[in-house]
Write a protein that binds this ligand. Sequence first.
Ligand SMILES: Nc1nc2c(c(=O)[nH]1)N[C@H]1C(S)=C(S)[C@@H](COP(=O)(O)O)O[C@H]1N2
Ligand SMILES: [Mo]
Length: 257
Amino acid sequence: MKKPKRELTIEQKIKRRNFISFAIFGAGAVSTYTGWRWLYKSPNEIPGITAGAHQPLRRALNKTELFFRRLIFNENHLVKTYPREMAAKKIRHNSDIGSEGKLPPENWKLHVKKISGEILQISLDELMALPKTGITYNFKCVEGWDQISHWEGVKFRDLITHYQLHEETRLGYVSFETPDRKYYVGIDMPSAMHPQTLLAYQMNDELLNGQHGQPLRLIIPIKYGIKNLKRIGTIAFSDSRPRDYWAEKGYDYYSGL
Ligand SMILES: Nc1nc2c(c(=O)[nH]1)N[C@H]1C(S)=C(S)[C@@H](COP(=O)(O)O)O[C@H]1N2
Ligand SMILES: [Mo]
């Protein structure tokens, strides 16, 4: 004969449920702690390019970046532009690391390092002879200001075409550095090749002055101000991330809008 199943009293039921809830809570706490120890003890990323995060965290950040790049980024995604009249006449001026003072165009050449090792030296006159493109858009600084401004220059992709740098564009990144190498940024190739990315030599109707990156600066509307390097000295190409001034201090490497 089977033993009849014993009915639990109300108190016993409560005790059992309490036990189960505490067990689940305890397991949760243990796994949170274990996860945290794992992250805390994991090695740091290779120093240099970004600001020393734990490797698993950086992997997660990079995955997030890729996700948003694929989601938001494509050739047809253009930054909003404005009628030219809406551009500010007095353009705000921010920091000048590597671009202090004046650098007259006649004392300057743009250096482009090809993968063959050859270095092109291009004068401002030569750049000004290439097709000219203008853009009026809202320039945004991570410090919390923005301003509609107007810039003119050569599309980065037009420079690539003119100087036959197609081999170079198969690499993942472009680096831009000031002539003294004090300010430097790394840009992923799709962003550099974006149709709105300019090598600008003019702001409104005048050649760039000392404050805004004379004689040539990067205007990359799909990214925050920090990536818009003033006073380009050298452009180079690589498959690994080039060094980047603000990424080294912990800012987002991609810095897309
Ligand atoms: N060489 C150089 N480029 C630079 C900077 C800098 O300090 N040095 N600051 C960046 C930042 S943070 C911003 S917001 C913009 C500001 O450009 P503006 O001074 O023309 O407004 O330039 C960017 N390019
Ligand atoms: Mo900025």
